[in-house]
Design a protein around this ligand. Structure first.
Ligand code: IPE
Ligand code: IPE
Ligand code: MG
Length: 277
C-alpha cells in the first residue's frame, strides 16, 4: 500500500481513491474476468483483435497495482475452454498476444517480484505458447511479492474433475482406493489454484452478470463486483474503486454481521423490541 502511495504524485486523480483504502483490510486474493475486448473494438469499428491488443496494457497495469498495493494473489481469466468456439484467426491472435506479453514482461515481472503460474488444461495449447509459458513460470518461480495465476484454456468444471481424478489416481497408486473418502480440504488441495486462499473479491468487467465457468469451487464466499467498464478501459482508478466497494461489504459467511456478534439473544431482543417500527 505504502508502495502505491509513493508512486502517486500530488494532484494525481487516483490519490483520492488510494487514500480512501484501508490498508489493513485489503483483499488477499483478487480474481478478474477480463471481458469486453470485442465490444471495445466494435464501438470503434475496429476488428475484435484490436480489442484484445488494447487489453494487454490493463493486464500490465493491474498486475503492477496489485503488487504495489500488497495484494498477494491475482487470478486473471485470459482464455476459457469454451473460447475455442471462436474463429480460428481470433484464437491465433490471442496466442500471439500471449507470447508477446510473456516475452516482453519477463524483466518487469522479475524486477517487481512477481511469480507467474498458469492454470488450466495447458496440454491443449500450441507447443510454442506452452514452452514460452513454462519458461516464464520457471524463471519467476522464486518470486514472492505477488502470485499471478493466469487462467488459460481454463474451465472451473474441468478443474474440479481434474482434482477428483487425480485424487482417485493417487489413492489407486497407493493401494488406498477402497478407503478413499474425499472431503473439502482434500478436494481444495488438489485444485489448480492450491495452496492459494479463495478469492476475496471477484471482478467482472463489461457488465455481464455471470460466472462463465470461472473458479466455481473457490468463489463460494467471494464478494462479487461487476462494472460496465470494458476491459481495455479498466485502469488503476477502476481497480481501487472495486477494492473500496469490497471494503464496504459485510462478509457474513452464513453467520451474523459483525454488529451482532458477541451480544446475547436477550440483548438483541431488547434492541429489536425497543426500536421504533
Ligand atoms: C474477453 O473479451 C477476452 C477473451 C474472452 C479472450 P471478449 O473477447 O469476450 O469481448 P466481448 O465479450 O466479445 O466484448
Ligand atoms: C469469459 O468471457 C472468459 C474470459 C474472460 C477469458 P467470455 O466472453 O468467454 O464469456 P461469455 O461467453 O460472455 O459467457
Ligand atoms: Mg466476452
Amino acid at each position: 500500500m505504502k508502495d502505491l502511495l509513493e508512486t502517486l504524485q500530488p494532484g494525481d486523480p487516483d490519490l483520492e481513491w488510494a487514500n480512501a483504502i484501508d490498508p489493513t483490510r485489503l483483499p488477499a486474493h483478487i480474481a478478474i474476468i477480463m471481458d469486453g475486448n470485442g465490444r471495445w473494438a466494435n464501438r470503434r469499428s475496429l476488428p475484435r483483435v484490436a480489442g484484445h491488443r488494447a487489453g494487454v496494457g490493463p493486464v500490465r497495469n493491474t498486475v503492477e497495482t496489485c503488487a504495489r498495493l500488497g495484494v498477494k494473489v491475482l487470478t486473471l481469466y485470459a482464455f476459457s475452454e469454451e473460447n475455442w468456439k471462436r474463429p480460428r484467426a481470433e484464437v491465433e491472435t490471442l496466442w500471439r498476444l500471449l507470447r508477446y506479453y510473456l516475452k516482453k514482461e519477463l524483466p518487469d515481472l522479475q524486477r517487481n517480484g512477481i511469480r507467474l503460474q498458469a492454470i488450466g488444461r495447458l496440454d491443449a495449447l500450441p507447443a510454442p505458447v506452452r514452452r514460452e509459458l513454462e519458461s516464464v513460470v520457471e524463471a519467476t518461480s522464486r518470486n514472492r511479492r505477488l502470485l499471478v495465476n493466469l487462467a488459460i484454456n481454463y474451465s472451473g468444471r474441468s478443474e474440479i474433475l481434474d482434482a477428483v481424478n487425480s485424487i482417485i489416481e493417487n489413492a489407486r497408486r497407493q493401494g488406498r482406493l477402497d478407503a478413499l473418502h474425499i472431503d473439502e480440504q482434500l478436494l481444495a488441495s488438489n485444485l489448480y489454484t492450491a495452496p492459494s486462499p479463495d478469492p476475496d473479491l471477484l471482478i467482472r468487467t463489461s457488465g455481464e452478470m455471470r460466472i462463465s465457468n470461472f473458479l466455481l469451487w473457490q468463489i463460494a464466499y467471494s464478494e462479487l463486483y461487476v462494472t460496465d467498464t470494458l476491459w481495455p478501459d479498466f485502469n488503476r482508478a477502476e481497480l481501487l474503486k472495486a477494492i473500496l466497494d469490497y471494503q464496504k461489504r459485510d462478509r457474513r459467511y452464513g453467520g451474523l454481521s459483525n454488529g451482532w456478534h458477541g451480544r446475547s439473544t436477550e440483548e438483541q431482543l431488547i434492541e429489536v423490541i425497543a426500536s421504533p417500527q
